[in-house]
Design a protein around this ligand. Structure first.
Ligand SMILES: [Zn+2]
Ligand SMILES: [Zn+2]
Length: 134
């Protein structure tokens, strides 16, 4: 059931620009790179980009994942995608369905936490690699 008490505040132009660009690039991107791309079409400061990302994050529109050590990558909050990852050949298989949808509902109720997204990956050895290991 969905109930809205008040409409969330409107996005600022900078926040909207950041959101639009993330939608266009459709992959996780570093704040620095976002800034460089935005700069080509408008006058915007790096601090504004960071502030916008923070706001979009706490409103559940953007998520931040860590790529390389210390490097934060930003992307839109879309459907959760989960993978089985083979440690031997680096093959990764995308799961059709999220195994956690029920858990998310339950946590929202029991913990009274508003959950925007989650991450989940499984690591191991794929069938091909299991065969070649034997
Ligand atoms: Zn493998
Ligand atoms: Zn999921």
């Amino acid at each position: 059931m969905k109930h809205t008490l008040t409409d969330p505040p409107k996005l600022t132009r900078a926040q909207q620009a950041v959101l639009d660009l993330l939608r266009d690039v459709s992959q996780a991107i570093a704040a620095q790179d976002l800034f460089m791309m935005l700069r080509q079409t408008r006058s915007i400061g790096l601090a504004t980009v960071y502030r916008s990302l923070e706001t979009l994050k706490t409103r559940g529109l953007v998520k931040c994942v860590t790529g390389q050590p210390g490097e934060a990558l930003y992307s839109l909050v879309g459907q959760d995608v989960h993978h089985l990852k083979c440690l031997s050949c680096d093959q990764s298989v995308q799961l059709e369905n999220c195994p956690l949808s029920g858990v998310t509902q339950e946590l929202q109720t029991t913990q009274q936490f508003k959950i925007y997204y989650h991450t989940l990956d499984f690591f191991g050895v794929c069938p091909d690699c299991q065969r070649s290991q034997q």
